[in-house]
Design a protein around this ligand. Structure first.
Ligand code: SF4
Ligand code: SF4
Length: 253
């Protein structure tokens, strides 16, 4: 979680910032983070590291149950030493830069789930995180929020993350908190352990039970972002009873 005292509004959606190797603070921000990963972050990182989703989750992440909604959340584990640095930081910067998580791309901006500043209209969700060690705010480069999002490749991440947010959107926290252990395990697998979820689809009786067209089967087998979108549909079906996946005629009552 970001310390609320560090959050500042962005007047006219313009802020001044630049980050580069010549700053004395270079990579100081890549330590001691509560870096929550989204399902799309996990896909990008595990592929970057050439690991299965299970191996990546085991080696680099810790999971816990979110207090408000009661669903599993995954965060990147910092090094277990005094520095508590990110496992991917190097003297040259981020070693997984092209596939760095969405939160790292957005920094020094943050995105709030609801209105947090007086005078800012609902929907104005971005704020600046002003940490004292970050010297990037003294640099003379102005950005609009939109320019920053595009410059950091965040638009692609936002689009993928929105389909995931969609699973719980509009539901009462108490409905979600009522999920049992088996449902929580399903949520974790479908959201984060995508290689395991793929086996659940293709190596069990799943395809006998549901009417999944050849075209969809092909897409979810070969394209992980399609599989991730399918996983969202599956969770809506299996956890919340939405009719997002057609049941095979052999299995209808
Ligand atoms: S300018 Fe800020 S974001 Fe860039 S390296 Fe320094 S502390 Fe990190
Ligand atoms: S993933 Fe890269 S940018 Fe993000 S904290 Fe780690 S080293 Fe820094």
């Amino acid at each position: 979680m970001i310390d609320q005292a560090l959050m500042q509004p962005i007047p006219d959606r313009i802020f001044r910032f630049a980050c580069h190797k010549d700053l004395p603070c270079f990579t100081k921000c890549c330590a001691n983070l509560n870096l929550v990963l989204t399902p799309y972050d996990v896909i990008r990182l595990k592929n970057r590291l050439n690991l299965s989703s299970e191996a990546f989750l085991e080696k680099y992440t810790t999971s816990y149950i979110d207090e408000a909604y009661g669903v599993p959340v995954v965060k990147l584990t910092m090094n277990n030493d005094k520095t508590r640095r990110c496992p991917f930081v190097s003297p040259e910067g981020c070693a997984v830069y092209e596939d760095r998580p969405g939160a790292c791309r957005l920094y020094p901006l943050g995105r709030a789930a609801s209105k947090i500043f007086e005078g800012h209209p609902a929907g104005e969700y971005y704020f600046v995180v002003k940490e004292s060690h970050c010297l990037g705010f003294n640099e003379e480069r102005d950005w609009t929020v939109q320019e920053w999002i595009i410059n950091q490749g965040m638009d692609e991440y936002n689009a993928m993350n929105d389909s995931f947010m969609n699973i719980t959107a509009g539901r009462q926290a108490k409905t979600i908190k009522a999920l049992n252990d088996q449902q929580l395990q399903m949520y974790y697998m479908a959201c984060y352990s995508l290689d395991e979820f793929r086996r659940f689809i293709f190596e069990t009786t799943f395809l006998d039970k549901f009417d999944i067209t050849k075209d969809v089967r092909k897409r979810i087998k070969t394209d992980e972002t399609e599989l991730m979108a399918f996983a969202c549909q599956w969770l809506k079906f299996s956890l919340f009873g939405e009719k997002t996946i057609p049941i095979s005629s052999h299995h209808r009552a």
